[in-house]
Design a protein around this ligand. Structure first.
Ligand SMILES: Nc1ncnc2c1ncn2[C@@H]1O[C@H](COP(=O)(O)OP(=O)(O)O)[C@@H](O)[C@H]1O
Ligand SMILES: Cc1ncsc1CCOP(=O)(O)O
Ligand SMILES: [Mg+2]
Length: 267
């Protein structure tokens, strides 16, 4: 099972050389995303100010940009960091949180897309809307099944020449040609805020580990969440205990267990 083996190999490689990842995320996600990254074995830095964002991107292994709590100042930092990542050949990941909700967000995402993200990671409603479909998202929450987003994700990946990941009950990853589904996780995951944002940061960590293979990097990050999420969910009493159990499961997850338990299917 090559996908499973690759996933475990990439987890070991990331931990052997923890990548510095510049995470421009949001006020809600900053703490949990940093803890998720540390538990998984990466080195996060939440750096968004316009004055330093580009300089920091140049010294990072990867950049992640999430528009969850957007403001004019943050957007300037995002644009200059993304430009710097492109110029220095670093992978960068876009998380278009609720981009359909307001004109400000729609315009920001259009500007960011022009800077050619390596990977886009969103929930089903976000990906449907980004591809031009009629998503039913409410604020930051998806109300669409992943299956409805799959064909649109393929089109989006082709149009922007990037990898697109759609998350939900069963995740979907495509580069426009090949595609995988990743099963696992827990229904408690969407009840804990900012886990999707945290996953976007982890996608960045794997992309830094294997910059020439953003598809495998994305599959690996999603598989880590799927396996750790399933383990935490099996023992949790609710969202609060899920949250700490998930961090513990991430930290305890080893490559052998990941490779054995990851459920990655060709789509
Ligand atoms: N009902 C579910 N069952 C299992 N895993 C889920 C479920 N909903 C979301 N997840 C997982 O939660 C993580 C965050 O995904 P998602 O909730 O789609 O993102 P967002 O928080 O951006 O809306 C992913 O790892 C995804 O696989
Ligand atoms: C609640 C909220 N509001 C603005 S950003 C944010 C967090 C969204 O996190 P996620 O996309 O991972 O559900
Ligand atoms: Mg999200």
């Amino acid at each position: 099972m090559p996908d499973q083996t690759t996933t475990g190999t990439l987890l070991n490689a990331m931990r052997a050389n923890p990548p510095l990842v510049q995470c421009i995320t949001n006020f809600v996600a900053m703490n949990i995303a940093a803890n998720v990254m540390l538990a998984a074995g990466a080195s996060p830095a939440m750096v968004h100010a316009e004055e330093e964002a580009a300089e920091f991107a140049a010294i990072s292994g990867a950049l992640t940009i999430n528009i969850g709590t957007l403001s004019t100042g943050w957007l300037a930092g995002m644009l200059s960091a993304a430009r710097s990542a492109r110029e220095t050949g670093k992978p960068w990941v876009l998380d278009p949180v609720a981009h359909y909700a307001t004109a400000f967000r729609r315009k920001a995402v259009a500007q960011l897309l022009e800077l050619q993200p390596t990977i886009i990671r969103g929930n089903a409603s976000e990906i449907i809307a980004l591809a031009g479909g009629a998503g039913r998202g409410q604020g930051v929450d998806s109300r669409d099944p992943v299956e409805l987003a799959e064909e649109l994700a393929r089109q989006l990946a082709e149009r922007h020449e990037c990898v697109v990941a759609v998350t939900g009950v069963t995740d979907f990853v495509t580069d426009g040609r090949k595609a995988r589904r990743i099963a696992g996780g827990s229904p408690l995951m969407p009840q804990v805020t900012a886990l999707g944002c945290s996953l976007t940061c982890l996608v960045g960590a794997f992309a830094a580990t294997t910059p020439d293979n953003p598809f495998d990097a994305t599959v690996a990050a999603l598989a880590v969440f799927a396996v750790a999420g399933e383990q935490a969910g099996a023992a949790a009493d609710g969202p609060a205990s899920f949250s700490w159990r998930f961090l513990d499961a991430l930290a305890a997850l080893d490559a052998e267990t990941l490779s054995a338990k990851a459920r990655i299917m060709t789509a």
